[in-house]
Design a protein around this ligand. Structure first.
Ligand code: DOR
Ligand code: ZN
Length: 438
């Protein structure tokens, strides 16, 4: 049995089709793309015959399945915040067919057993591809490197101590060397805790005004600069997580111009919100790295447009109401993002003409596939995986707490009107999400 997506406009990173196309998917792969595909009359002759599921994508855009390189699924350890199952449901509702989950779980993803557990559980859930990211240091303790070969053999494509930096520069150098030899990507959370020094929001005029302890931008940029220097010295790859500052954009842009193997990501909350959002003491605006100034927001947008920022990620960080509602100082950092990422990106970047839809597809699918080495994903083309997201880029909708399928509701975007909605998410040729009929 196949899946036939009819009459859609295909948007790939390099081009958008000018005519509607039909896409036939069989056995999890895209097998045919034609302007006028009709079902074979005598279906039994082919697996694409009778019994095909047909989706009419008329008036819709058909994108390669979105890929989020940076999410927190909280399992194992904090299943009250999110599980692989609820996180997968949030992912496919947001149009994601592949997500990479960060290792700051309990236990930490620092050995093969945890990696295998996540892969097994994700397969049981069967909604989207879940790729565990292994830790760089054991228990994320910044002291002893993990067994990277073991993590790779278990299925990891990348390593990170996300949630915090690898502060020990020598260890970070070794990590980049070993990871490089194994073909693993090192992803760095850039935030020097000695400079952050207990800050709970961006250090600046707003933090001074409202009396919250500030986290200075230099906590991010000194780490960015250090990592770029190590990457240059070793001629090794490094990927910089959730870049939030104009200075970081400038450093990454310069590094790229020098041929240094650095890639970088940014989050929707860093191109849609400033630290003014913290002034109402809404704990869902407490995030690491913190929300910055308007100048930084504009710089993040410009860097997404010119490719300095390779991809848009959510840093989906679910937290329970109980954990969050302890006041701004005590609340954990993080906000949920999987279900609002596409709508925020279209609203803030595509509709104002900062990027076009093919560029959005690049930043949200093709580029993460390339960075992570997912060779059969990120493109709608014959022979590629049938991971497909069908969207109505003009549909407006409002974010509500009840609308979230994530276990947590810690979103600063509740009440926002967004543009662009997911109609269908297809993973491995199977429909894994379908928008409710209005
Ligand atoms: O805000 C954040 N929350 N930033 C991180 O880096 C970690 C994340 C979490 O795990 O909650
Ligand atoms: Zn994170």
């Amino acid at each position: 049995m196949g899946l036939l997506i009819k009459n859609g406009i295909i948007v790939n990173a390099d081009q958008m089709s000018d005519k509607t196309q039909d896409i036939l998917c069989v056995d999890g792969k895209i097998v045919q793309i034609t302007p006028s595909l009709t079902l074979p009359a005598r279906g039994r002759e082919t697996s694409a015959g009778e019994g095909n599921i047909v989706i009419d994508a008329k008036g819709k855009k058909v994108l390669p399945g979105l890929i989020d390189m940076h999410v927190h699924l909280r399992q194992p350890g904090r299943e009250d915040k999110e599980t692989i199952e609820t996180g997968s449901r949030a992912a496919v509702k947001g149009g994601f067919t592949s997500v990479f989950c960060m290792p700051n779980t309990n236990p930490v993803i620092d050995n093969a057993m945890v990696v295998e557990f996540i892969i097994r559980e994700a397969a049981r859930v069967g909604l989207c591809n879940v790729y565990p990211i292994g830790a760089i240091t054991k228990g994320q303790n910044d002291q002893e490197l993990t067994d990277m070969a073991e993590l790779k053999a278990a299925g990891c494509l990348a390593l990170s101590d996300d949630g915090k930096s690898v502060l020990n520069s020598r260890l970070f150098r070794l990590a980049m060397e070993y990871a490089g030899m194994l073909g693993l990507l090192i992803i760095e959370h850039c935030q020097d805790p000695l400079l952050t020094a207990g800050g709970v929001m961006n250090e600046g005029e707003v933090s001074t005004r409202i009396g919250l302890k500030g986290d200075p931008g230099i906590a991010e940029t000194v780490t960015v600069a250090r990592d770029i220097e190590i990457a240059h010295y070793l001629d090794a790859r490094v990927h910089l997580a959730h870049m939030s500052l104009k200075r970081s954009m400038d450093l990454v842009r310069f590094a790229k111009s020098q041929g240094i193997k650095v890639t970088a990501e940014a989050c929707p909350h860093h191109f849609t919100l400033t630290d003014e959002a913290c002034a109402a003491f809404d704990v869902s605006t407490k995030v690491n790295p913190p929300l910055r100034c308007q100048e930084d927001v504009e710089a993040v947008k410009a860097a997404i447009a010119d490719g300095t920022i390779d991809c848009i990620v959510t840093d989906h960080a679910p937290h329970t109401k109980e954990d969050k509602e302890v006041g701004f100082d005590g609340a954990p950092f993080g906000l949920i993002g999987l279900e609002t990422s596409l709508g925020l990106t279209i609203k803030a970047l595509v509709k104002p003409g900062i990027i076009d839809l093919p560029q959005m597809v690049d930043r949200m699918s093709a580029s993460p596939a390339r960075i992570m080495g997912l060779r059969n994903k990120g493109v709608i083309e014959q022979g590629f995986d049938a991971d497909i997201t069908i969207i109505d880029e003009n549909k407006e909708w409002t974010v509500t707490p009840e609308g979230f399928v994530s276990k947590s509701k810690n979103s600063p975007f509740i009440g926002w009107a967004l543009t662009g909605a997911v109609e269908h998410t297809i993973c491995g040729g199977k429909i894994v999400y379908q928008a409710p009929v209005a």
